[in-house]
Design a binder for this molecule. Structure first.
Ligand code: G3H
Ligand code: 13P
Ligand code: ZN
Length: 330
């Protein structure tokens, strides 16, 4: 058993309380490898932002839980070395079972998500409660989910998305004891969130996705005043990266993401954690494709992973400063 406290990590409790009060959201960035982790820490230290390092089940399988735990420990020491001890959470993203959550808690994670959102309501309550009871023994915080997002949730394609029902939230939170709640108000997972048919076009012919359901968010906030709310599927799919990828041999279909202004708006409310994974994948892939296409003689991974890491860092800094409002809050 390794406690996250030995690794220099923190849970989400204080972080979320401050974010809800301060009208900003904590970035939850997914990582699978060293360059992504370095970019996240460099960006968050430079902008003095707290951060949630997020690990999916797929990332655990890819990178190995022992390595990930030690990378998170390394991240706290790296932040210190870079000159700012920002608060860092190691969080399991979309935990699919009690066993996965327990394994992460036993291996140094300071926060876990148990995603029972696709289960019948009472089963979601029972599973989430079981995870909370175990996690709280070790002061690990837990995120639950109500409502189903469109898109791919950790390798599982949601068959039908549906918005969170505000009528359920008080019952769910009080029965389970969760520390935060992920809700579905129109965000969606992955890089292909909305088809052209689901969008309208603005005066410049640019595709505009359906707006987030702020009315549902407001209703939830009314029912759970000050309670930490989480938004998944919040990548904005920056078109400059899609363009670079396709210019240099990629084949990404047209897609639009969640407009940054809407995320900024959400971050001012009880939304205090915003999950971003796909945008990092796009930034990294764009830069790797560009360098390899422009310099076909390159075969040293540092020559293309270095620029990819820098592009990632710039993107995360932009999110912290201009979108989430978390810069300066560490
Ligand atoms: O919500 C899902 C995350 O983007 C993780 O994706 O399972 O491919 O690592 P992954
Ligand atoms: P995106 O696919 O929009 O980046 O969402 C990531 C996410 O929700 C991770 O849990
Ligand atoms: Zn998610």
């Amino acid at each position: 058993m390794t406690s996250y406290k030995e690794l220099g990590l923190v849970n989400t409790r204080d972080m979320f309380a401050k974010a809800v009060k301060g009208g900003y959201a904590i970035p939850a960035y997914n990582f699978n490898n060293m360059e992504q982790m370095q970019a996240i820490i460099m960006a968050c230290v430079e902008t003095k932002s707290p951060v949630i390092l997020q690990v999916s089940k797929g990332a655990r399988d890819y990178a190995n839980i022992n390595l990930l735990r030690n990378m998170a420990k390394g991240a706290t020491e790296y932040a210190h070395e870079l000159g700012c001890d920002i608060p860092i959470v190691l969080h399991l993203d979309h935990g699919d079972s009690f066993e996965t959550c327990k394994d992460c808690i036993d291996n140094g994670f300071s926060s876990v998500m148990i995603d029972g959102s696709s289960l019948p309501y009472e089963e979601n309550v029972a599973l989430t409660k079981k995870v909370v009871e175990y996690a709280h023994k070790f002061d690990v915080t837990v995120e639950g989910e109500l409502g189903v997002l469109a898109g791919i949730e950790d390798e599982v394609q949601a068959e039908a998305s549906h918005y969170t029902q505000p009528s359920e939230v008080i019952d769910f939170v009080s029965k389970t004891g969760v520390d935060s709640l992920a809700i579905s108000i129109g965000t969606s997972h992955g890089a292909f969130k909305f088809t052209a048919e689901q969008c309208t076009r603005n005066a410049d012919g640019i595709l505009v996705p359906p707006p987030l359901r702020f009315d549902i968010l407001k209703e939830i906030e009314k029912k759970l005043p000050g309670f930490p709310i989480v938004l998944h599927g919040s990548s904005s799919v920056p078109q400059q990266y899609v363009k670079i990828i396709n210019e240099y041999g990629g084949k990404l279909k047209d897609s639009v993401g969640i407009p940054e202004e809407q995320l900024r708006e959400a971050a001012k409310s009880a939304v205090c954690k915003i999950n971003i994974d796909s945008d990092g994948r796009l930034a990294m892939t764009a830069m790797i494709r560009k360098v390899l296409a422009e310099h076909p003689e390159v075969f040293d991974p540092r020559k293309y992973l270095g620029p990819a890491r820098e592009a990632l860092k710039q993107m995360y800094m932009h999110k912290n400063i201009d979108v989430l409002g978390s810069a300066g809050k560490a």
